[in-house]
Design a protein around this ligand. Structure first.
Ligand code: AMP
Ligand code: MG
Length: 321
């Protein structure tokens, strides 16, 4: 059941409670309607991908209250601070290295060591973030491949029955997405043009924005925008070879593993939302243990299984070096 309510104080308080309990709330921003979840709960974030039918895990933007909240999540260099001072609150997203102790979960970051933060200007978005007291992960509130919604009715058309609540704040102003600038390389990079013009940003920076490097064609899984583990993954495994660890699903491989084999299960009960929530943490765990070879159980290609398999295929592609 999806509650649709005008975004008054009572509705915003209720929405914050829903988010805190791991639910999904669509809400207006100054760009388009966002599909929000508590950015600190991987389970809740996995439900975003499920609701949108997203076939892959692209990193999401964490919406924060202000610069102070952003600095708890991201290490912002001097130039990023200048942009924040000039354009926040507003439709500017800054990508920067994750701050130690940051609360945004790894599924929001798609496993990357960087995080995208934005302090939106819309009063309803601000009130919701303040009421939750945590960052809200939110892509646009539409099914994958559909156009971004600028009214609550558009959101309902796509997501009714798939989200817990839609906060109706009327038509959003811009309809354009936020401009995304990355500070992960030496100089600032324009990752996505958007509601704030490149020229306005370059004026504040006092330098030109670089274009993103097109490393996408080198090899899937090796691009800076995709997290890839060091371990070699063998997909669709039916049992374990000598010396392999296992990434299991529904306890399929565990039953056939030799005693002492290292097995992590994405979801012992075979729940794809739980599996998505665990995916990046489990992959990192293999790397942390310096495990070289991992057998991966079959994961059904339905629901979130599609996005999980997409990421595993990228992660198992031959490495260049
Ligand atoms: P949307 O949710 O449609 O506003 O899109 C979010 C955009 O932010 C996508 O294009 C992502 O690729 C980008 N993004 C979010 N986090 C990161 C990150 N850590 N590194 C690079 N790009 C990011
Ligand atoms: Mg979108």
């Amino acid at each position: 059941m999806t509650i649709v309510a005008p975004a008054d104080a009572a509705a915003i308080a209720r929405a914050a409670t829903i988010l805190r309990e791991g639910g999904l709330v669509a809400f207006p921003t100054e760009t388009v309607y966002g599909l929000g979840a508590d950015a600190t709960q991987a389970w809740a974030v996995a439900r975003i991908y499920d609701a949108k039918d997203r076939p892959s895990f692209n990193p999401l933007i964490a919406h924060v209250a202000d610069l102070e909240a952003a600095r708890r999540e991201a290490i912002l260099p001097e130039l990023a601070l200048r942009l924040a001072a000039a354009f926040w609150p507003g439709p500017l997203t800054i990508v920067a290295p994750v701050a130690p102790g940051g609360a945004v979960c790894d599924l929001v970051r798609a496993g990357l060591p960087s995080v995208a933060v934005r302090a939106p200007a819309h009063p309803i978005a601000q009130a919701l973030i303040a009421a939750l007291g945590r960052p809200i992960a939110a892509p646009s509130a539409n099914r994958s491949g559909h156009v971004s919604p600028v009214t609550a009715a558009h959101v309902a058309e796509d997501l009714s029955g798939r989200v817990d609540m839609i906060l109706d704040g009327g038509r959003t102003a811009a309809g354009l997405e936020s401009t995304i600038v990355s500070f992960c390389e030496g100089s600032p990079i324009l990752l996505r043009p958007g509601a704030i013009a490149r020229e306005a940003i370059e004026k504040i920076l006092g330098e030109k924005l670089a274009a993103p490097a097109h490393t996408e064609i080198l090899a899937p899984g090796m691009t800076p925008s995709h997290y890839a583990p060091a371990a070699r993954l063998r997909l669709e495994a039916l049992d374990l070879n000598e010396g392999e660890a296992a990434l299991d699903f529904g306890a399929r491989l565990a039953a056939r593993a030799k005693p002492g084999a290292f097995v992590l299960d994405l979801s012992p009960s075979g729940d794809l939302v739980e599996a998505a929530a665990n995916l990046f943490a489990h992959l990192r765990e293999f790397d942390a243990r310096q495990i070289a070879n991992v057998a991966v159980a079959h994961i059904p290609e339905r629901g979130l299984g599609e996005a999980i398999n997409d990421r595993l295929r990228r992660a198992s592609a031959p490495k260049l070096n």
